[in-house]
Design a protein around this ligand. Sequence first.
Ligand SMILES: Cc1cc2nc3c(=O)[nH]c(=O)nc-3n(C[C@H](O)[C@H](O)[C@H](O)COP(=O)(O)OP(=O)(O)OC[C@H]3O[C@@H](n4cnc5c(N)ncnc54)[C@H](O)[C@@H]3O)c2cc1C
Length: 196
Amino acid sequence: MTEWITGKIIKVKNWTEKLFSIVLHAPIAPFIAGQFAKLRLNIHNVSIQRAYSYVNAPNNKNLEFYLVEAKSGKFSPILRALNPDENILITKYASGSFILNIIPECKNLWMISTGTAIGPREKIINTLYGRIPELIFNGQLENAINLKINPKDTHIMLCGNPNMIRDTYECLNKKYFMVKNYQTSPGHITSELYWK
Ligand SMILES: Cc1cc2nc3c(=O)[nH]c(=O)nc-3n(C[C@H](O)[C@H](O)[C@H](O)COP(=O)(O)OP(=O)(O)OC[C@H]3O[C@@H](n4cnc5c(N)ncnc54)[C@H](O)[C@@H]3O)c2cc1C
């Protein structure tokens, strides 16, 4: 059964009109970089919970999450309106297998993401213009970073928008015959969908 513990909001920082981050303190169990927690609040006597990926390093006590305020979302706008010292429930144990431990040995690891996970790669994307699957299919992405996708030595991690993940997988499968990676059957592509 899921074990919930009480955390305390330390900070809510607005980065853009839609993007914000929250920092909280809670006595969680150790987690692995790439895993996610669930946050939960009681809103008008209804309990709502959603998953959020840890942004902080596992040894940092400031537990941080980057969020997009989903249009007409039930939970993310409420998280954004939280104030320091307010309480929030968080899962004691993190979940998820979008972690380096399950990636087969490879020479090049590509990490492709949308939305809240896109910050560090913003500069590359800004200079490219276009959808990720097309940028891969027409070779623009490889040319931009001067690195070729070779299924023999490349692993690709996809995270975020389910449409991007589905279309990018189809493109990689069609162009390079790359297949999904499972713990039981190693492949080239590991993915995590943020919604259905
Ligand atoms: C494993 C996992 C990790 C996740 N990590 C993060 C994270 O680190 N940061 C984060 O912001 N969200 C993350 N999400 C999504 C998050 O759990 C919620 O779905 C999101 O905050 C919307 O909740 P809501 O109640 O406001 O919207 P809802 O009322 O549930 O409406 C959902 C709709 O909002 C849109 N939506 C959902 N998530 C996003 C998003 N991230 N960006 C843009 N549109 C979205 C979709 O159109 C979806 O149909 C993650 C989801 C999963 C499954």
